[in-house]
Design a protein around this ligand. Structure first.
Ligand SMILES: [Zn+2]
Length: 330
């Protein structure tokens, strides 16, 4: 930088970059305000919605003009900056981390706006009806679904087929809590958390399960109070999956185990609900950075369009109270 500042022309160029960065910062602030407005659009007047529409156009113009001055978004798994723009969907720009092969959304919406997408019974319908599930209570419809989840918990060593003592477990992103109800019948002390208020209430009322309507990052369970924690197709939706995993680590007792199932299929890149597209490497790195160990197993699942896609199970055991300080190699 010192060498470049030697000539007046180059100083002017540096100044231009500085101005660009400032304007880019302002553009980001504008869009966060617009994002907040949009998240609450149901409560807005027609005049406000009209202004909002044009602010978004203005933001996009500023963004397109100054995007080249912006820093490359940081990889949310390994913090590397060597990221390459891959593609975009109608909501987000997707980047590939050159270090751990994690694909991620570089411009996620604000957390509260993202959570607003998962509200209401309609989300339950979108999520479940493609699997032939139309009712929370009809056990027949749920047979295959529950069997798959139960088998994955047993096969990955997270739960045993019949608990000989009281085992306390937590499902992150439990939706209506059908798996919790099944585990309760098996003798487990199962609890869940989910951001969808209506689904939580429906599950509690119809299935008699214990669900906390709070995102995992904000849950305040006693530390080291769970024997096992599991989560199916949830971590790819989180803004900060590593932060959420650290919270899970705190809630697990020593010797406790965790299982996450995340999609690993590039066909999901156009799924606008997903903020993360894990590779085997980035999934492993995420668990190893918190637990110091990780097992990866490949699997398949059916997505909302009824397509059979690949996913993976990531499991780990809590071996000590401290999160390993040394970063594993990617
Ligand atoms: Zn990375």
């Amino acid at each position: 930088m010192t060498k470049i500042n030697k000539t007046g022309k180059k100083e002017a160029f540096i100044n231009l970059i500085t101005i660009g960065k400032i304007l880019k910062g302002r553009a980001t602030q504008i869009v966060s305000v617009v994002d907040r407005w949009e998240a609450e659009r149901g409560n807005r007047s027609k005049v406000e919605l009209f202004i909002m529409k044009y602010m978004r156009i203005l933001y996009r113009m500023i963004r397109r003009t100054f995007w080249c001055f912006a820093d490359s978004p940081k990889c949310p798994i390994c913090s590397a900056r060597s990221n390459k723009y891959v593609t975009r969907n109608t909501k987000y720009r997707i980047y590939l981390c050159g270090s751990c092969n994690h694909k991620f959304v570089g411009n996620p919406w604000q957390e509260e706006r993202i959570y607003s997408l998962y509200q209401g019974i309609d989300y339950f319908k979108k999520d479940r009806q493609h699997q032939g599930i139309f009712s929370v209570q009809d056990d027949k419809q749920w047979e295959g679904f529950i069997k798959d989840r139960w088998n994955s918990l047993v096969k990955n060593g997270i739960l045993c087929s019949s608990p000989s003592r009281s085992v306390r477990c937590l499902e992150v992103g439990c939706c209506e809590g059908k798996l919790l109800a099944y585990l309760k019948k098996k003798g487990y002390d199962a609890i869940g958390c989910d951001v969808n208020k209506d689904i939580c209430n429906l599950g509690k009322k119809k299935l008699g399960v214990n669900i906390i309507n709070t995102p995992i990052e904000k849950c305040d369970f006693p530390l080291e109070s769970f024997d096992s924690i599991f989560s199916f197709h949830t971590f790819e939706h989180l803004v900060d999956p590593v932060g959420a995993l650290m919270r899970c680590f705190q809630f697990l007792r020593i010797g406790g185990k965790i299982l996450l199932e995340v999609p690993s299929d590039d066909n999901e890149l156009m799924n606008e609900d997903h903020l993360h597209f894990f590779s085997v490497n980035s999934g492993r790195l995420m668990l190893e950075s918190v637990f110091g160990n990780c097992n990866v197993k490949e699997n398949f699942y059916t997505n909302a369009q009824g397509k059979r896609l690949s996913s993976m199970y990531l499991s780990a055991e809590k071996l000590s109270t401290a999160i390993p300080s040394s970063q594993p190699r990617s």
